[in-house]
Design a protein around this ligand. Sequence first.
Ligand SMILES: Cc1cc2nc3c(=O)[nH]c(=O)nc-3n(C[C@H](O)[C@H](O)[C@H](O)COP(=O)(O)OP(=O)(O)OC[C@H]3O[C@@H](n4cnc5c(N)ncnc54)[C@H](O)[C@@H]3O)c2cc1C
Length: 360
Amino acid sequence: SPLRDATQALTNAGDPVTGATSDGVLYPTFDHDALAELAGFGRRRPIAPGDVLFGPGEDLPDFLVILEGEVELVRVDDQAETVIATFPPGQFVGGIGLLTGQRLYLTARAKRSGWILQIDRSEFRRLMSSKPALADIIFGALVARREFLGVSEAARAVRIIGSRHSPDAMALRSFATRTRLAYTWIDLDDADDVDAVLDSMGLRPVDTPVVVTPTAVLRHPSPADLAAELGLAYQPVPGRVFDLVVVGTGPAGLAASVYGASEGLDTVCLDAVGPGGQAGASSRIENYAGFPSGITGGELTARTAIQAQRLGALLASPAEAIALRLEQGFHVVVLADESEIACRSVIVATGARYRRLAVD
Ligand SMILES: Cc1cc2nc3c(=O)[nH]c(=O)nc-3n(C[C@H](O)[C@H](O)[C@H](O)COP(=O)(O)OP(=O)(O)OC[C@H]3O[C@@H](n4cnc5c(N)ncnc54)[C@H](O)[C@@H]3O)c2cc1C
């Protein structure tokens, strides 16, 4: 059956977390039985050619399964439209943002009329935790799609423009890379005519570094501004009390988040910079259990981050913890932007800070 084929493709791909991009993994087709299982999580909705199912940068789009007809994912800019993927019946539209909250700067549009099954975020979470066979296929596709989008035309939807000699531009790139954002870096030091490059986007050199998305132009943004635009910033919910706040998303904090979330604790993991910690800078780690051939630090921490998110942990960065206090029997973690998070327990996994010699 197609469900078995998709599972087989996933198995053949070796390890779905590496983001293998064979078509069976990227675009699994659910068979009749799988569609019947999925039906219990969503509502059917008719589609007609040209209907926009979600637009670029939209908050938390739903998980969409094509039942009849066809849907395409397109990147639209001022000059042209580029089709990134087309989804026939049995396939689903959705990206890694279903797990991470990260916005997708693409448009999903009906190409042929038919029906879709629309599954909202809370039902999607229920699906992922209650149907392991389907969840494995969906998870494999979401991770593979993230990698695919990063090397496809879709990466042109988010452009970071600046000089490689600018620390502010490098901080933005570092954050984007650590969050595995699909983006294009435009280095002004490599441009023959900087003014012409910027002028074509209605910008001037004084505007840089700048981030351009289909919905926003961020002049001189901080990584926190970029995170907010991407939907990755921590958004305080008044009255919410987490079971566990983990401060630091290096290997220690991420591992703590995996175990907290897998035990059913309502877990949030914060980092002042971005996921990965020191390990994110390591080109090869050969002494981590379970990886006999070694693994890059970025890959190791990206795997652990998505594992924590799949289990339900919330990851947010940049979010620097600056204070901790006890109030009415709860811990309260205070962030640099003055927002506060109440919780029952805290794990501080902020790693090492080097003491520098006072020499020039
Ligand atoms: C280039 C390089 C290569 C390495 N290679 C190896 C190797 O091969 N094998 C090996 O065993 N180890 C290696 N290490 C060391 C390894 O990376 C560290 O031991 C490991 O990352 C420590 O993990 P951690 O989670 O405790 O802390 P860290 O990785 O330091 O993570 C701490 C995190 O906490 C965040 N943070 C700090 N303060 C706050 C705050 N107030 N609020 C919010 N967040 C905060 C930081 O931004 C950081 O992301 C290497 C390190 C480097 C730099």
